[in-house]
Design a protein around this ligand. Structure first.
Ligand code: AMP
Length: 399
């Protein structure tokens, strides 16, 4: 397994350290930051670098400005929030490249923090343009990646600039992601229970395949379960499913049997004859076991399933969860997801939430503090669990 160097392995005194953080925070119409969790998550790395006497240069993207400067996506509102959390001024620079920015960065005192403007105001960022990377590299001596959410992208600030520098390491956040999504799930305390849900089998089939080599139990919920139901010859009515992925589902079921991995599918399902995202309401709804009738679609796991899934979670020593058990955005079909959130959080096992909607569900459930680790990457955590190389990680110095 990849073992990358971290900021602990560096002496940064007097060095200009470029830190790729994830400050892609939500802003309200007044431009105020409405959720500070990503800023909080970056603090340990920033503080450590400050303590070490680095000149700290923070860089991030915010939204998708597509290479055009757009004030609504400026990182300026982040600077005062960060300053108050650090208890020191944060110098906001209104661009991320250019002579003026270079001069400003070069005149930083040791331990001082600067925040660059949104990297994606330049096309070169997402295009990993070598000349844009070179401009970024002029600002720094050392590269630190602490933005796991974009580590699966080879952008200028996650990959190109690092290639041009001699020292490139991970911050605490990425180190933690690699520890929990990597080592902790590679040699897990058993039983290791994996819970997968969400919309599509196709998004997660490679993850299922990889985890079948590691897990003792795989629990499947969400719309993904209906493709497995089809593979088992059951009727799924009008449920969201992927009939062209039935063979992949059959392969996974066969592999589970061959490996002796318990593969748990829903026993009962909450179905509705109308799913209205606009009004966030279901039409008529009821719970069925077995086939789902035509004209009805599955929107959540049923009460018997919740009980079986909860019991399985209670016996686990390691849990990895990715993807909701139903259409959790609608209150009447959110019960299964929140029941699992509670069970995972309250279990005494090591619990890892693999990013995306499951993190949202855990946060909404109010049990997030009881979870061992919540990944900050949606796509990145899935790609990592699939065993893919993440450019923003593989570019870093190895131990
Ligand atoms: P994913 O991004 O693959 O984790 O999928 C998350 C989405 O799956 C959420 O927006 C859920 O509403 C959706 N989802 C989960 N279960 C169902 C279901 N039974 N029918 C339709 N959508 C579902």
């Amino acid at each position: 397994m990849l073992s990358v160097k971290t900021i602990e392995d560096l002496s940064v005194h007097g060095q200009r350290v470029f830190v790729r953080v994830d400050f892609n925070v939500p802003l309200d119409s007044d431009g105020s930051v409405t959720d500070e969790s990503r800023i909080n998550a970056a603090l340990p790395t920033i503080k450590k670098l400050q303590e070490g006497g680095a000149k700290v240069i923070l860089a991030s993207h915010l939204g998708r400005p597509k290479g055009i400067r757009q004030e609504s996506m400026s990182l300026a509102p982040v600077a005062p929030v960060l300053a108050s959390k650090l208890g020191c001024p944060v110098l906001f620079l209104n661009d991320c490249i250019g002579e003026e920015i270079e001069n400003a960065v070069n005149s930083l005192a040791d331990g001082q923090v600067a925040l660059l403007e949104n990297l994606r105001f330049h096309k070169g960022e997402t295009e990993n343009d070598p000349s844009f990377s070179l401009e970024l590299a002029k600002l720094c001596d050392v590269f630190v990646n602490d933005a796991f959410g974009t580590a699966h992208r080879a952008h200028a600030s996650t990959f190109g600039v690092a290639k041009l520098l001699n020292q490139k390491v991970s911050g605490y956040l990425i180190a933690k992601e690699l520890e929990f999504l990597g080592s902790k799930t590679s040699s897990p305390e058993r039983p290791f229970v994996v819970i997968l849900g969400g919309a599509k089998v196709s998004d997660k089939i490679t993850v299922i395949d990889k985890l079948l080599d590691k897990a003792d139990v795989i629990i499947i919920g969400g719309a993904m379960a209906y493709t497995f139901a089809l593979a088992n010859g059951m009727g799924v009515g009008d449920s969201l499913c992927e009939p062209d992925k039935i063979d992949l589902a059959k392969d996974a079921l066969a592999k589970a049997e061959h490996k002796g991995v318990k593969f748990l599918l829903p026993l009962d399902t909450l179905i509705t004859d109308n799913l209205d995202f606009g009004s966030k309401k279901l039409g008529n709804s009821r719970v069925v076991e077995g086939d789902i009738p035509i004209g009805w679609e599955g929107v959540d796991i049923g009460p018997k399933t919740i009980e079986v899934f909860q019991n399985t979670v209670n016996e686990a020593k390691t849990i990895l969860w990715n993807g909701p058990m139903g259409v959790f955005e609608i209150p009447d079909s959110s019960k299964g997801t929140f029941a699992m959130a509670e069970a995972v959080a309250k279990s005494s096992s090591l619990s890892i939430i693999g990013g995306g909607d499951s993190v949202k569900a855990i946060n909404q459930s109010g049990f997030s503090s009881d979870v061992t680790f919540m990944s900050t990457g949606g796509g990145a955590s899935l790609e990592f669990l699939e065993g893919k190389e993440l450019p923003g990680v593989s570019v870093l110095d190895q131990n």
